[in-house]
Every structure is written in structure tokens, then in C-alpha cells.
Design a protein around this ligand. Structure first.
Ligand SMILES: Nc1ncnc2c1ncn2[C@@H]1O[C@H](COP(=O)(O)OP(=O)(O)OP(=O)(O)O)[C@@H](O)[C@H]1O
Length: 270
């Protein structure tokens, strides 16, 4: 898929959101899109998905099947999760695919009506319908926002799986949850332009607001292991992520024994 000198603004006299954007998105590539609030990430994703047409320039080679999960999934529709996914499959001429509800931890909500879904569950349904589209192009707009830890941790592997099957995947993700994916391609949106971001965009405790062109990555990283009761894990993980830290989630049935002496602390620099 190729964008050639694409420019876009929402209204004829409003400011240009994107100007002169040229880029290629090959099959099987996962691309992370970053940029400040209001930079134009969602706009770029809507153009890629075909929901908006460029005012200038061309977009060529868009795959026939596009899966798109918006930043905020609309829940005003009069369906249950199950009937919504069945309708979407029918509209697309595909068999109803149940497996994505299971893989996105939505199974127990299959008979819940959309307006009754929590924000995170609605987000998962948006992802399920996008994955179920058998997409040659998968567009996910801030998919990690509002997800529970288990789904957040599972999502990169699901994205990588689709890419391995040949899908072109584009994800806006200001939390950098995809940084562990090998061969992740990065684009940065700023001032109406879209440029490759070559280095990993880690900028320490304030990653959410960091600009890769302004904030150098720290020289070294320390991995701390913190054990908390499961009931407190999600709140703490969200708090740490909000501060810009990278958080991984691992369940244990037994509490780890507390270190007996100060030098027993686990403090591993990498
Ligand atoms: N439907 C719309 N009509 C008019 N202007 C819009 C519309 N959607 C977005 N904009 C404007 O386009 C610009 C880019 O918005 P966009 O949502 O693409 O940015 P973003 O990088 O995704 O921001 P965020 O990180 O806050 O989601 C902003 O100035 C925004 O106000």
C-alpha cells in the first residue's frame, strides 16, 4: 500500500492536518504511529482505512479487507456482543468467528448488550470485530487504552500473528506497548508531516508526552520485580504506566518470599 503526496484537512478553510505525506506500507509489516495529542494520528489512520479521502494526493494498493478499531468504539447499537459480531460477519460475507471473543477475554460478555459494556470491554469488542474481518489491512487506533492487563499483554502477540499471516498492520500507540515486537516499523506524526522514527521511543518517566526528536533514550534500564496481591495489580500497573514505565504482568499462585537481607534485592540492569 502506498501514499503519494497525501494532504488532508477536515474542511475547505480549516488548517491542513497532514501535508505532503508519502509512505509505503508493505504486507506483513507492523507500524507503530506516534505523535502528540492532536498531531493527526487518528486522521492518518482514517485515511489509511479509507474512512476519509485525501484532499490531495493518492492512496493506492489498499487491501480489499480492512479491519479498523477506532479509538472509541461506538456502543449505541441495539445488539448484544454475539449478535453484533454475527451481523458484522454477515455484512462482510464471512462466517461468524467466535475465536476472537475468546482470545480477547470477551466470552463471558457474549450476551451483554453493547450500551451496557464497560469502556474496556467495548474496546475489546472493537478489536474483536477488526480482527474478525480477515483483514489484509488492520488499523488499530490506540488499542491498548483502557484494556485490562491480561488483554494488554496478549495483544502484541495477536497483532504479530496477523502480520505473520501477511496483514499490513498500523497501530497508533502512545504507550509504546509494541516495542518488544521484532522489526517494528515506527512513524512519527508532527506538524502535518509523517516521518520514520528510527530509534525506539523510550523517554523515561514521561514517555506519554515525549517526542522522539526531543527526548533521548536513557543510557540504561533497571528491571524491578514487584509482587502485589492480584486485586491491586491492575490499579498499580495502570498507575506505573501512566508515569511512563514499562509494566509486564505475570500471575503467581504463591506470594514470593521477601528478601531477607538488602543484598538479596533483585536489581538487574540490562
Ligand atoms: N472530525 C473532525 N472534524 C474536524 N476536525 C477534526 C476532526 N477530527 C480531528 N480533527 C482535528 O484534526 C487534528 C488532528 O486530530 P487527530 O484526532 O487526528 O489527532 P491525534 O494525533 O489522533 O490526537 P490524539 O492523540 O489526541 O487522539 C486536530 O486538530 C483535531 O482537532
Amino acid at each position: 500500500m502506498r501514499l503519494e503526496r497525501v494532504a488532508f484537512r477536515y474542511r475547505r478553510r480549516s488548517p491542513w492536518v497532514l501535508r505532503d505525506v508519502s509512505l509505503s506500507l508493505p504486507p506483513g509489516q507492523v507500524t507503530e504511529v506516534t505523535g502528540h495529542n492532536g498531531a493527526g494520528k487518528s486522521t492518518l489512520l482514517r485515511l489509511l482505512a479509507g474512512l476519509r479521502a485525501p484532499r490531495r494526493g493518492t492512496i493506492a494498493g489498499r487491501p480489499a479487507h480492512v479491519g479498523y478499531a477506532p479509538e472509541r468504539f461506538p456502543t449505541g447499537q441495539p445488539f448484544t456482543v454475539r449478535t453484533y459480531l454475527e451481523h458484522m460477519a454477515a455484512v462482510r460475507g464471512l462466517p461468524a468467528a467466535d475465536d476472537w471473543t475468546g482470545r480477547l477475554n470477551l466470552d463471558r460478555l457474549r450476551d451483554v448488550r453493547l450500551p451496557e459494556l464497560s469502556k474496556g470491554s467495548a474496546q475489546k469488542l472493537g478489536l474483536a470485530q477488526a480482527f474478525a474481518a480477515h483483514p489484509g489491512l488492520l488499523i488499530l487506533d490506540e488499542p491498548f487504552a483502557g484494556l485490562d492487563s491480561a488483554t494488554r499483554d496478549a495483544l502484541p502477540a495477536l497483532i504479530a500473528e496477523l502480520a505473520a499471516e501477511g496483514s499490513t498492520v498500523v497501530v497508533s500507540d502512545h504507550q509504546h506497548c509494541l516495542d518488544d515486537l521484532p522489526a517494528l516499523h515506527r512513524l512519527h506524526v508532527a506538524n502535518g508531516t509523517v516521518t520514520p522514527a528510527t530509534a525506539p521511543v523510550h523517554a523515561g518517566p514521561h514517555r506519554d508526552t515525549a517526542d522522539p526528536h526531543e527526548a533521548p533514550a536513557p543510557a540504561s534500564w533497571t528491571v524491578l520485580e514487584v509482587a502485589v496481591p492480584s486485586t491491586e495489580a491492575e490499579a498499580l500497573a495502570n498507575e506505573l504506566r501512566a508515569q511512563g514505565h514499562i509494566v509486564r504482568h505475570r500471575e503467581r499462585s504463591e506470594p514470593p518470599s521477601a528478601p531477607a537481607r538488602p543484598h538479596d534485592r533483585m536489581d538487574t540492569s540490562k
